[in-house]
Design a binder for this molecule. Structure first.
Ligand SMILES: Cc1cc2nc3c(=O)[nH]c(=O)nc-3n(C[C@H](O)[C@H](O)[C@H](O)COP(=O)(O)O)c2cc1C
Length: 173
């Protein structure tokens, strides 16, 4: 389901000692959402279960960031990311997400778990222009090649800051 929600520009904030938790299948369809998730996003459980996680997609999030996430978690590794998410009414909230694969007994990935907590405000401040440049680059390049272009831009910024990966970069901020 694609998101047609218009952002209000109003920010919501996660309480310091709470976690937004969701689980998905291997394609990113929501299979579980905790109470805090529903409270902050404004959705009921019945709005979420079986729905693609991009229901929360905010237009300020670069596609390149999600590509990096999928490339990482689908190979069985965990991923950390700063994410801006859209609520049902168009408000938004920033989180630091940790996404990990779930496995069956045979070692196959059966889905993913995301645990999100309150991000550091100074990191959000530092990342807003980074994500904005990536989104602008994606628009400039157009659908074909957009993700490669914005990822290359991200990696340049990460390297300029003296890091090898987006994750070590954000976790160092
Ligand atoms: C466990 C898990 C949690 C996710 N959480 C979010 C999220 O909070 N916000 C979001 O926009 N996308 C989230 N995604 C990624 C979406 O599935 C999707 O890739 C992304 O929103 C980009 O959607 P699009 O390619 O349709 O633009 C999550 C994916 C997984 C596997």
């Amino acid at each position: 389901m694609k998101n047609k929600i218009v952002p209000t520009g109003k920010e919501r904030s996660l309480k310091g000692d709470t976690y937004i938790v969701s689980k998905t299948d291997t394609k990113g369809k929501i299979t579980y959402a905790n109470r805090i998730f529903m409270e902050i996003s404004g959705y009921r459980e019945s709005d979420l279960l079986g729905i693609q996680h991009n229901i929360l997609r905010h237009p300020d999030m670069p596609r390149g960031a999600f590509k990096l996430m999928w490339d990482t978690i689908s190979t069985g590794k965990e991923f950390f990311a700063y994410v801006i998410n859209l609520c049902k009414n168009g408000d938004h909230y920033w989180v630091l997400a940790n996404i990990t694969p779930d496995y069956d007994e045979a070692g196959n990935i059966t889905g993913y778990l995301s645990v999100r907590r309150l991000p550091k405000p100074e990191v959000v401040k530092a990342l807003i222009p980074v994500y904005a440049q990536m989104v602008a680059e994606e628009k400039r390049v157009g659908a074909k090649g957009a993700i490669d272009a914005s990822q290359a831009m991200l990696m340049n910024m990460v390297k300029e800051a003296g890091h090898d990966s987006y994750e070590t970069f954000i976790l160092s901020l």
